[in-house]
Design a protein around this ligand. Sequence first.
Ligand code: DOR
Ligand code: ZN
Ligand code: ZN
Length: 428
Amino acid sequence: MSKLLIKNGTIVNSNDTYVSDILVENGKIVKIDKDISISDCDVIDATGKHVLPGLIDLHVHLREPGLEYKEDIESGSKAAVHGGFTGIACMPNTKPVCDNAVTVGYIVNRAKEVGLCKVYPIGAATKGLDGAELAEIGKMKKLGAVAVSDDGKPVATGQMTRLVMEYAADFSIKLHAHCEDKSLSGDGVVNEGKYSTFVGLKGIPNVSETAGVVREIAIAENFNKEVHICHVSTKESVDAIRQAKARGVKVTAETCPHYFTLTDEAIVNFDTSTKVNPPLRAESDRLAIIEGLRDGTIDAIATDHAPHHVDDKRVEYAYAAFGITGLETSFALSYTKLVKENGFTMSKLVKLMSENPAKIINVDGGKIEVGECADLAIVDLGADWVVDKTKFYSKGKNTPFDGMKVSGQVFATVFGGKIVYKEDKIYG
Ligand code: DOR
Ligand code: ZN
Ligand code: ZN
Protein backbone atom coordinates (compact mmCIF):
# COMPACT_ATOMS: atom_id res chain seq x y z
CA MET A 1 0.00 0.00 0.00
CA SER A 2 1.63 3.23 -1.10
CA LYS A 3 1.28 6.26 1.10
CA LEU A 4 2.30 9.88 0.73
CA LEU A 5 2.10 12.60 3.36
CA ILE A 6 2.19 16.26 2.32
CA LYS A 7 3.01 18.33 5.38
CA ASN A 8 1.96 21.82 6.24
CA GLY A 9 1.06 23.21 2.82
CA THR A 10 -1.45 25.95 2.13
CA ILE A 11 -4.27 24.10 0.39
CA VAL A 12 -6.07 26.14 -2.26
CA ASN A 13 -9.51 25.27 -3.57
CA SER A 14 -11.75 27.54 -5.61
CA ASN A 15 -13.75 28.37 -2.47
CA ASP A 16 -11.25 28.17 0.41
CA THR A 17 -7.60 28.36 1.40
CA TYR A 18 -6.16 26.84 4.59
CA VAL A 19 -3.02 25.25 6.01
CA SER A 20 -3.18 21.51 6.58
CA ASP A 21 -1.55 18.14 5.98
CA ILE A 22 -2.79 15.80 3.27
CA LEU A 23 -2.55 12.02 3.52
CA VAL A 24 -2.70 10.02 0.32
CA GLU A 25 -3.22 6.28 0.13
CA ASN A 26 -3.44 4.24 -3.06
CA GLY A 27 -3.78 7.31 -5.18
CA LYS A 28 -6.61 8.90 -3.23
CA ILE A 29 -6.75 11.67 -0.65
CA VAL A 30 -7.83 9.85 2.53
CA LYS A 31 -7.33 12.51 5.19
CA ILE A 32 -6.90 16.28 5.41
CA ASP A 33 -6.00 17.44 8.90
CA LYS A 34 -3.45 19.38 10.92
CA ASP A 35 -0.51 17.40 12.27
CA ILE A 36 -1.11 14.03 10.73
CA SER A 37 1.70 11.81 11.92
CA ILE A 38 2.29 8.50 10.33
CA SER A 39 5.39 6.42 9.83
CA ASP A 40 6.57 4.42 6.88
CA CYS A 41 5.57 6.70 4.03
CA ASP A 42 6.98 9.26 1.62
CA VAL A 43 6.80 12.81 2.94
CA ILE A 44 6.81 16.13 1.11
CA ASP A 45 7.47 19.13 3.34
CA ALA A 46 5.21 21.79 1.83
CA THR A 47 5.81 24.38 4.54
CA GLY A 48 5.53 27.83 2.96
CA LYS A 49 4.23 26.34 -0.27
CA HIS A 50 0.77 26.19 -1.83
CA VAL A 51 -0.90 22.92 -2.73
CA LEU A 52 -3.26 23.21 -5.70
CA PRO A 53 -5.43 20.64 -7.43
CA GLY A 54 -3.38 19.35 -10.38
CA LEU A 55 -3.60 21.82 -13.23
CA ILE A 56 -5.65 20.77 -16.26
CA ASP A 57 -4.89 22.09 -19.73
CA LEU A 58 -7.76 21.98 -22.20
CA HIS A 59 -5.62 22.64 -25.24
CA VAL A 60 -2.25 21.13 -26.11
CA HIS A 61 -0.68 19.75 -29.26
CA LEU A 62 1.28 16.58 -28.49
CA ARG A 63 2.06 15.88 -32.18
CA GLU A 64 2.02 12.08 -31.79
CA PRO A 65 1.30 10.16 -33.95
CA GLY A 66 3.34 11.31 -36.89
CA LEU A 67 5.02 14.55 -35.93
CA GLU A 68 7.28 13.25 -33.17
CA TYR A 69 10.15 15.45 -34.32
CA LYS A 70 8.16 18.34 -32.80
CA GLU A 71 6.87 16.59 -29.65
CA ASP A 72 5.62 13.20 -28.53
CA ILE A 73 3.39 11.91 -25.77
CA GLU A 74 6.35 11.23 -23.50
CA SER A 75 8.10 14.59 -23.94
CA GLY A 76 4.76 16.40 -23.76
CA SER A 77 3.82 14.54 -20.56
CA LYS A 78 7.17 15.48 -19.01
CA ALA A 79 6.63 19.11 -19.97
CA ALA A 80 3.14 18.91 -18.45
CA VAL A 81 4.23 17.68 -15.03
CA HIS A 82 7.16 20.12 -15.04
CA GLY A 83 4.46 22.78 -15.43
CA GLY A 84 2.21 21.42 -12.65
CA PHE A 85 -0.30 19.79 -15.00
CA THR A 86 -1.77 16.40 -14.19
CA GLY A 87 -4.29 16.38 -17.06
CA ILE A 88 -3.90 17.60 -20.62
CA ALA A 89 -6.34 17.47 -23.53
CA CYS A 90 -4.58 17.01 -26.86
CA MET A 91 -5.72 18.26 -30.23
CA PRO A 92 -6.23 15.97 -33.22
CA ASN A 93 -4.10 17.72 -35.88
CA THR A 94 -1.59 14.87 -35.90
CA LYS A 95 -0.45 12.71 -38.84
CA PRO A 96 -2.67 10.84 -39.42
CA VAL A 97 -5.38 13.06 -38.03
CA CYS A 98 -6.94 11.70 -34.85
CA ASP A 99 -10.39 11.29 -36.41
CA ASN A 100 -11.04 7.65 -35.49
CA ALA A 101 -11.36 5.37 -32.49
CA VAL A 102 -8.09 3.50 -33.17
CA THR A 103 -5.98 6.66 -32.94
CA VAL A 104 -7.84 7.83 -29.83
CA GLY A 105 -7.19 4.41 -28.26
CA TYR A 106 -3.53 4.57 -29.23
CA ILE A 107 -3.06 7.97 -27.56
CA VAL A 108 -4.80 6.85 -24.37
CA ASN A 109 -2.71 3.67 -24.17
CA ARG A 110 0.60 5.36 -24.96
CA ALA A 111 -0.12 8.00 -22.31
CA LYS A 112 -0.83 5.26 -19.77
CA GLU A 113 2.47 3.59 -20.61
CA VAL A 114 4.27 6.89 -20.02
CA GLY A 115 2.23 7.21 -16.84
CA LEU A 116 3.10 10.78 -15.85
CA CYS A 117 -0.26 12.45 -16.28
CA LYS A 118 -3.71 11.96 -17.78
CA VAL A 119 -3.92 12.60 -21.48
CA TYR A 120 -7.40 13.27 -22.78
CA PRO A 121 -7.65 13.05 -26.57
CA ILE A 122 -9.82 15.53 -28.42
CA GLY A 123 -11.04 13.83 -31.58
CA ALA A 124 -11.39 15.56 -34.92
CA ALA A 125 -14.85 16.96 -35.55
CA THR A 126 -14.65 16.09 -39.25
CA LYS A 127 -12.69 13.40 -41.10
CA GLY A 128 -9.18 14.58 -41.91
CA LEU A 129 -10.15 18.00 -40.46
CA ASP A 130 -11.53 18.59 -43.95
CA GLY A 131 -14.97 19.84 -42.99
CA ALA A 132 -16.78 17.58 -45.46
CA GLU A 133 -17.79 14.53 -43.41
CA LEU A 134 -18.35 13.96 -39.70
CA ALA A 135 -15.65 11.97 -37.88
CA GLU A 136 -16.51 8.83 -35.82
CA ILE A 137 -17.61 10.94 -32.88
CA GLY A 138 -19.44 8.23 -30.94
CA LYS A 139 -16.71 5.63 -31.34
CA MET A 140 -14.01 8.12 -30.38
CA LYS A 141 -15.94 9.12 -27.27
CA LYS A 142 -16.19 5.44 -26.29
CA LEU A 143 -12.40 5.11 -26.46
CA GLY A 144 -11.82 8.22 -24.35
CA ALA A 145 -12.22 11.35 -26.48
CA VAL A 146 -13.41 14.21 -24.25
CA ALA A 147 -14.36 16.69 -26.99
CA VAL A 148 -14.15 17.21 -30.74
CA SER A 149 -12.37 19.94 -32.67
CA ASP A 150 -10.93 20.76 -36.09
CA ASP A 151 -8.34 22.94 -34.30
CA GLY A 152 -5.83 24.60 -36.55
CA LYS A 153 -8.85 25.68 -38.52
CA PRO A 154 -12.55 26.26 -37.98
CA VAL A 155 -15.13 23.61 -38.87
CA ALA A 156 -15.46 24.54 -42.52
CA THR A 157 -19.13 25.50 -42.82
CA GLY A 158 -22.00 26.57 -40.65
CA GLN A 159 -24.02 23.50 -41.63
CA MET A 160 -21.19 21.14 -40.67
CA THR A 161 -20.76 23.05 -37.40
CA ARG A 162 -24.44 22.49 -36.66
CA LEU A 163 -24.08 18.75 -37.34
CA VAL A 164 -20.96 18.51 -35.15
CA MET A 165 -22.71 20.27 -32.26
CA GLU A 166 -25.79 18.05 -32.57
CA TYR A 167 -23.85 14.82 -32.99
CA ALA A 168 -21.38 15.56 -30.21
CA ALA A 169 -24.27 16.41 -27.88
CA ASP A 170 -25.74 12.97 -28.49
CA PHE A 171 -22.58 11.57 -26.90
CA SER A 172 -22.42 14.18 -24.11
CA ILE A 173 -19.34 15.93 -25.45
CA LYS A 174 -18.99 19.22 -27.29
CA LEU A 175 -17.21 21.12 -29.99
CA HIS A 176 -14.05 23.01 -28.99
CA ALA A 177 -14.09 25.64 -31.66
CA HIS A 178 -11.06 27.25 -33.27
CA CYS A 179 -12.89 30.38 -34.39
CA GLU A 180 -11.58 32.00 -37.52
CA ASP A 181 -12.89 33.26 -40.81
CA LYS A 182 -10.03 32.12 -43.02
CA SER A 183 -11.05 34.48 -45.81
CA LEU A 184 -10.48 37.41 -43.45
CA SER A 185 -7.14 36.02 -42.21
CA GLY A 186 -5.92 35.58 -45.79
CA ASP A 187 -2.19 35.10 -45.69
CA GLY A 188 -1.79 37.32 -42.66
CA VAL A 189 0.86 36.34 -40.13
CA VAL A 190 0.55 38.92 -37.34
CA ASN A 191 -2.17 41.11 -35.85
CA GLU A 192 -3.46 43.75 -38.25
CA GLY A 193 -2.64 47.07 -36.65
CA LYS A 194 0.06 49.66 -36.29
CA TYR A 195 2.81 47.08 -35.76
CA SER A 196 1.94 45.07 -38.87
CA THR A 197 2.16 48.30 -40.83
CA PHE A 198 5.38 49.29 -39.08
CA VAL A 199 7.19 46.02 -39.82
CA GLY A 200 5.55 45.37 -43.19
CA LEU A 201 4.01 41.99 -42.41
CA LYS A 202 0.50 41.02 -43.51
CA GLY A 203 -2.15 41.39 -40.84
CA ILE A 204 -4.95 39.22 -39.44
CA PRO A 205 -7.74 41.55 -38.27
CA ASN A 206 -9.63 41.05 -35.00
CA VAL A 207 -12.82 40.34 -36.92
CA SER A 208 -11.24 37.22 -38.39
CA GLU A 209 -11.58 35.61 -34.95
CA THR A 210 -14.66 37.44 -33.77
CA ALA A 211 -16.69 36.55 -36.88
CA GLY A 212 -15.94 32.90 -36.08
CA VAL A 213 -16.91 33.32 -32.43
CA VAL A 214 -20.19 34.99 -33.38
CA ARG A 215 -20.98 32.21 -35.87
CA GLU A 216 -20.38 29.50 -33.25
CA ILE A 217 -22.47 31.33 -30.67
CA ALA A 218 -25.33 31.87 -33.15
CA ILE A 219 -25.39 28.20 -34.15
CA ALA A 220 -25.20 26.98 -30.54
CA GLU A 221 -27.97 29.39 -29.56
CA ASN A 222 -30.26 28.51 -32.45
CA PHE A 223 -30.02 24.76 -31.82
CA ASN A 224 -29.63 24.99 -28.04
CA LYS A 225 -26.31 23.18 -28.03
CA GLU A 226 -23.08 23.65 -26.06
CA VAL A 227 -19.89 25.06 -27.54
CA HIS A 228 -16.46 25.82 -26.11
CA ILE A 229 -14.47 28.66 -27.68
CA CYS A 230 -10.73 28.07 -27.97
CA HIS A 231 -7.93 30.63 -27.47
CA VAL A 232 -9.87 33.90 -27.24
CA SER A 233 -7.63 36.81 -28.24
CA THR A 234 -9.82 39.81 -29.06
CA LYS A 235 -11.85 42.33 -27.08
CA GLU A 236 -14.78 41.86 -29.45
CA SER A 237 -14.78 38.09 -28.85
CA VAL A 238 -14.86 38.70 -25.09
CA ASP A 239 -17.80 41.10 -25.56
CA ALA A 240 -19.67 38.61 -27.77
CA ILE A 241 -19.18 35.76 -25.27
CA ARG A 242 -20.21 37.96 -22.35
CA GLN A 243 -23.43 38.94 -24.12
CA ALA A 244 -24.14 35.35 -25.16
CA LYS A 245 -23.73 34.11 -21.59
CA ALA A 246 -26.10 36.84 -20.40
CA ARG A 247 -28.70 35.49 -22.88
CA GLY A 248 -28.21 31.98 -21.51
CA VAL A 249 -26.26 30.50 -24.42
CA LYS A 250 -24.34 27.38 -23.33
CA VAL A 251 -20.93 28.75 -24.19
CA THR A 252 -17.62 28.41 -22.36
CA ALA A 253 -14.28 29.90 -23.34
CA GLU A 254 -10.55 29.69 -22.82
CA THR A 255 -7.68 32.07 -23.40
CA CYS A 256 -3.92 31.51 -23.22
CA PRO A 257 -1.16 33.14 -21.15
CA HIS A 258 0.40 34.77 -24.23
CA TYR A 259 -2.79 36.77 -24.86
CA PHE A 260 -2.78 38.36 -21.40
CA THR A 261 1.00 38.70 -21.15
CA LEU A 262 2.17 40.03 -24.52
CA THR A 263 0.93 42.33 -27.26
CA ASP A 264 1.79 42.59 -30.94
CA GLU A 265 4.56 44.99 -30.02
CA ALA A 266 6.59 41.80 -29.42
CA ILE A 267 6.81 41.18 -33.18
CA VAL A 268 8.99 44.19 -33.94
CA ASN A 269 12.25 42.23 -33.92
CA PHE A 270 10.79 39.55 -36.22
CA ASP A 271 11.27 36.84 -33.58
CA THR A 272 9.27 33.94 -35.03
CA SER A 273 8.56 32.57 -31.55
CA THR A 274 5.96 35.38 -31.35
CA LYS A 275 4.11 33.95 -34.36
CA VAL A 276 0.92 32.27 -33.23
CA ASN A 277 -2.63 31.86 -34.46
CA PRO A 278 -4.66 33.75 -33.38
CA PRO A 279 -1.92 36.38 -33.28
CA LEU A 280 -0.75 38.47 -30.33
CA ARG A 281 -3.10 41.45 -30.27
CA ALA A 282 -3.19 45.08 -29.12
CA GLU A 283 -2.98 46.32 -25.53
CA SER A 284 -6.74 47.03 -25.49
CA ASP A 285 -7.38 43.37 -26.33
CA ARG A 286 -4.94 42.19 -23.66
CA LEU A 287 -6.75 44.27 -21.05
CA ALA A 288 -10.17 43.02 -22.22
CA ILE A 289 -8.95 39.41 -21.87
CA ILE A 290 -7.92 40.08 -18.27
CA GLU A 291 -11.34 41.62 -17.54
CA GLY A 292 -13.01 38.65 -19.24
CA LEU A 293 -11.11 36.29 -16.97
CA ARG A 294 -11.94 38.39 -13.95
CA ASP A 295 -15.71 38.50 -14.50
CA GLY A 296 -16.03 34.87 -15.58
CA THR A 297 -16.72 35.52 -19.27
CA ILE A 298 -13.59 33.46 -19.96
CA ASP A 299 -13.79 30.26 -17.95
CA ALA A 300 -10.34 28.76 -18.32
CA ILE A 301 -6.67 29.29 -19.06
CA ALA A 302 -5.34 26.81 -21.62
CA THR A 303 -1.91 26.90 -23.19
CA ASP A 304 -2.44 26.00 -26.87
CA HIS A 305 0.98 24.38 -26.31
CA ALA A 306 2.15 24.19 -29.94
CA PRO A 307 5.69 22.82 -30.06
CA HIS A 308 7.59 23.16 -33.32
CA HIS A 309 11.01 22.04 -34.49
CA VAL A 310 13.63 24.75 -34.83
CA ASP A 311 13.59 24.19 -38.60
CA ASP A 312 9.91 25.20 -38.68
CA LYS A 313 10.71 28.45 -36.87
CA ARG A 314 14.18 29.53 -37.96
CA VAL A 315 12.96 30.94 -41.28
CA GLU A 316 11.61 34.31 -42.43
CA TYR A 317 8.64 35.41 -40.34
CA ALA A 318 6.12 34.90 -43.12
CA TYR A 319 7.17 31.28 -43.58
CA ALA A 320 7.48 30.23 -39.93
CA ALA A 321 4.98 27.86 -38.33
CA PHE A 322 2.32 29.32 -36.02
CA GLY A 323 2.58 28.28 -32.39
CA ILE A 324 3.99 28.89 -28.92
CA THR A 325 5.09 26.16 -26.52
CA GLY A 326 3.29 26.76 -23.25
CA LEU A 327 3.13 23.98 -20.69
CA GLU A 328 6.25 24.96 -18.76
CA THR A 329 5.52 28.67 -18.45
CA SER A 330 1.74 28.75 -18.02
CA PHE A 331 1.56 28.66 -14.23
CA ALA A 332 4.25 31.28 -13.67
CA LEU A 333 2.86 33.63 -16.32
CA SER A 334 -0.67 33.27 -14.95
CA TYR A 335 0.49 33.81 -11.38
CA THR A 336 2.70 36.76 -12.31
CA LYS A 337 0.26 38.55 -14.60
CA LEU A 338 -3.07 37.77 -12.95
CA VAL A 339 -2.38 37.27 -9.24
CA LYS A 340 0.62 39.54 -8.68
CA GLU A 341 -0.12 42.29 -11.17
CA ASN A 342 -3.92 42.22 -11.37
CA GLY A 343 -5.10 41.17 -7.92
CA PHE A 344 -6.65 37.78 -8.77
CA THR A 345 -6.80 35.40 -5.80
CA MET A 346 -5.12 32.00 -5.81
CA SER A 347 -8.60 30.48 -5.55
CA LYS A 348 -9.58 32.23 -8.75
CA LEU A 349 -6.45 30.90 -10.43
CA VAL A 350 -7.34 27.36 -9.31
CA LYS A 351 -10.77 27.86 -10.81
CA LEU A 352 -9.29 28.98 -14.13
CA MET A 353 -6.51 26.40 -14.34
CA SER A 354 -8.06 23.32 -12.76
CA GLU A 355 -11.68 23.37 -11.58
CA ASN A 356 -13.32 24.89 -14.66
CA PRO A 357 -11.19 22.95 -17.16
CA ALA A 358 -12.22 19.70 -15.40
CA LYS A 359 -15.89 20.72 -15.63
CA ILE A 360 -15.66 21.73 -19.29
CA ILE A 361 -14.43 18.29 -20.38
CA ASN A 362 -16.30 16.48 -17.61
CA VAL A 363 -13.33 14.75 -15.97
CA ASP A 364 -12.26 14.24 -12.37
CA GLY A 365 -10.16 16.81 -10.59
CA GLY A 366 -10.26 20.49 -9.78
CA LYS A 367 -10.53 20.19 -6.00
CA ILE A 368 -8.63 18.95 -2.98
CA GLU A 369 -11.01 16.92 -0.83
CA VAL A 370 -11.09 13.57 0.93
CA GLY A 371 -12.04 10.92 -1.61
CA GLU A 372 -10.61 12.84 -4.55
CA CYS A 373 -7.84 11.47 -6.73
CA ALA A 374 -4.45 12.72 -5.47
CA ASP A 375 -3.51 14.84 -8.50
CA LEU A 376 -1.75 17.88 -7.06
CA ALA A 377 0.57 20.74 -7.96
CA ILE A 378 2.75 22.07 -5.15
CA VAL A 379 3.97 25.56 -5.97
CA ASP A 380 6.37 28.05 -4.45
CA LEU A 381 4.87 31.51 -4.87
CA GLY A 382 7.93 33.18 -3.40
CA ALA A 383 10.26 31.86 -6.08
CA ASP A 384 11.31 34.38 -8.72
CA TRP A 385 13.01 32.84 -11.71
CA VAL A 386 14.01 33.45 -15.28
CA VAL A 387 12.48 31.38 -18.10
CA ASP A 388 15.20 29.29 -19.75
CA LYS A 389 13.97 27.34 -22.76
CA THR A 390 16.99 25.03 -22.64
CA LYS A 391 15.53 23.64 -19.41
CA PHE A 392 12.20 22.70 -21.01
CA TYR A 393 11.32 19.02 -21.16
CA SER A 394 9.24 19.82 -24.24
CA LYS A 395 10.99 19.30 -27.56
CA GLY A 396 9.51 22.65 -28.60
CA LYS A 397 11.73 25.54 -27.57
CA ASN A 398 9.56 28.04 -29.43
CA THR A 399 8.75 30.47 -26.65
CA PRO A 400 8.72 34.26 -26.71
CA PHE A 401 9.20 34.18 -22.92
CA ASP A 402 12.80 32.97 -22.87
CA GLY A 403 14.78 35.22 -20.54
CA MET A 404 11.67 36.75 -18.95
CA LYS A 405 11.61 37.22 -15.16
CA VAL A 406 8.57 35.54 -13.63
CA SER A 407 7.27 34.59 -10.19
CA GLY A 408 5.77 31.36 -8.91
CA GLN A 409 7.45 28.07 -9.56
CA VAL A 410 6.18 24.51 -9.59
CA PHE A 411 7.97 22.67 -6.77
CA ALA A 412 6.40 19.24 -7.19
CA THR A 413 3.64 17.48 -9.09
CA VAL A 414 1.77 14.49 -7.70
CA PHE A 415 -0.21 12.28 -10.08
CA GLY A 416 -2.41 9.47 -8.77
CA GLY A 417 -0.66 9.73 -5.42
CA LYS A 418 2.83 9.38 -6.92
CA ILE A 419 5.45 12.09 -7.07
CA VAL A 420 6.02 12.50 -10.82
CA TYR A 421 8.01 15.75 -10.64
CA LYS A 422 9.97 17.35 -7.84
CA GLU A 423 12.71 19.99 -7.84
CA ASP A 424 13.86 19.63 -11.43
CA LYS A 425 13.53 15.86 -11.58
CA ILE A 426 10.95 13.70 -13.33
CA TYR A 427 10.06 10.39 -11.69
CA GLY A 428 8.67 8.02 -14.33
O1 DOR B 1 -0.58 28.79 -33.32
C1 DOR B 1 -1.19 27.77 -33.56
N1 DOR B 1 -0.57 26.57 -33.59
N2 DOR B 1 -2.50 27.84 -33.82
C2 DOR B 1 -3.20 26.80 -34.25
O2 DOR B 1 -4.37 26.95 -34.48
C3 DOR B 1 -2.55 25.49 -34.48
C4 DOR B 1 -1.31 25.36 -33.68
C5 DOR B 1 -0.43 24.22 -34.13
O3 DOR B 1 -0.93 23.10 -34.31
O4 DOR B 1 0.79 24.42 -34.24
ZN1 ZN C 1 -6.54 26.83 -32.75
ZN1 ZN D 1 -4.37 24.68 -30.94
